[in-house]
Design a protein. Structure first.
Ligand code: DAH
Length: 361
């Protein structure tokens, strides 16, 4: 048999459920849970009950009170979220952002405090510079091959930039017409090969690193030359490293970057710090200039004189040229990005022209 309290509970729950607004819900709350509400008056009645009835009815009363309270809370939350979605519904998210004082809706790179304007400027989504994109893609490919990242300073001493790399004082690269010298005799590094030396100074073989970074030359600036450009240096030193490893590594890299049908060619060349030395060329149908060979890197087998210079600086024989061999390469990142994105002029990278940069967003 139904206890009258259970009947009361069902009635209350129905009423709460069907309450149309917060006012109706509040009326229901007062009717059942208010000081003189029906649930509360049952509390009063408890006193008049027989002793043996009290525990059962008391327990039931508690359950009813809990159920009704919970139902009211749940319904209150429903009303709140209905209100929230109703007010959100009034926002038209397809409207353009508010513009500045003159209706200027273009570049919003200046913060409002700088322009003195305290209203809203449209927030535009930024994007990565094409060179950064190129760098990130390249690093990701080398990481998959187990290369770790290495680093070195842009301002270098001549020893790291030239002497340790087997480049004698009379070498034309050390000319003041080619290299930026600081008053104290240091230089802006002319290549990232400096990091090869720094890496070997700080750790014994085996070594497998890449070092992305900027390099500087006193070139006449034109469509393909810039005073600052970017390279990824690579160095792999282990036992039995051969030219085949170098070719395999760079071929894999180029095909990952430019597509499976990319052809890679190695041409004999001269660098003081490698013997033999090779220049690396690519050709790919996927590229705009696909039908011609494009030079993208210098590379070679690390010259024993480089190992000896490192040993001397370390004060040990860690890089024993009889035991260890290595390959190294320097990839021109600006050149690679120009090929991949079909960019005709290296100066575009540094001009900060949004019409250019937005094409790579
Ligand atoms: N440092 C050379 C340059 O800037 C490129 C290079 C050639 C790097 C051969 C190397 C290498 O590591 O083995 O022109």
């Amino acid at each position: 048999m139904f206890h009258p309290l259970e009947q009361l509970r069902d009635e209350a729950l129905r009423e709460i459920e069907s309450a149309r607004d917060e006012q109706a819900l509040e009326a229901a709350r007062v009717r059942y849970l208010g000081r003189s509400g029906s649930v509360s008056s049952w509390g009063e009645q408890m006193k008049t009950l027989a002793k043996e009835e009290k525990p059962t009815v008391g327990k039931l009363l508690n359950e009813v009170r809990t159920a009704v309270t919970a139902a009211i809370e749940a319904r209150t939350r429903q009303f709140q979220s209905q209100k929230e979605s109703a007010s959100l519904g009034k926002i038209d998210i397809s409207l353009p952002g508010a513009t500045g004082p003159t209706g200027y809706s273009g570049y919003s790179g200046y913060s409002t405090s700088l322009t003195g304007y305290s209203g809203y400027l449209p927030l535009e989504r930024g994007s990565l510079h094409p060179l950064t994109q190129m760098l990130e893609r390249s690093i990701e490919i080398f990481r998959r091959m187990g290369f770790a990242l290495a680093d070195g300073p842009d301002i270098e001493d001549e020893w790291h930039c030239f002497d340790a790399l087997n480049t004698p004082p009379e070498h034309p690269a050390r000319n003041e017409q080619d290299t930026f010298y600081l008053p104290d005799g240091r230089v802006l590094r002319t290549h990232t090969s400096t990091v090869q030396i720094r890496t070997m100074q700080s750790a014994p073989p085996p070594i497998r690193v890449i070092a992305p970074g900027a390099a500087y030359r006193r070139d006449e600036v034109d469509a393909t030359h810039s005073a600052q450009f970017h390279q990824i240096e690579g160095l792999y030193v282990d036992e039995n490293v051969s030219l085949a490893d170098l070719k395999g590594t760079l071929e894999f890299f180029m095909r990952e970057l430019f597509g499976a049908d990319t052809a890679v060619q190695f041409r004999p060349h001269y660098f003081p710090f490698t013997e033999p030395s090779l220049e690396v060329y690519v050709k790919s149908k996927a590229l705009k200039k696909g039908e011609q060979w494009i030079e993208v890197a210098g590379s070679g087998i690390v010259h024993p004189a480089v190992f000896e210079a490192v040993n001397k600086a370390r004060g040990d024989k860690a890089y024993d040229p009889e035991k260890w061999t290595g390959f190294a390469f320097g990839l021109g990142m600006d050149r690679l990005a120009m090929i991949l994105f079909d960019i005709p002029d290296i100066r575009l990278f540094a001009q900060n022209d949004l019409r250019f940069l937005r094409q790579f967003a």
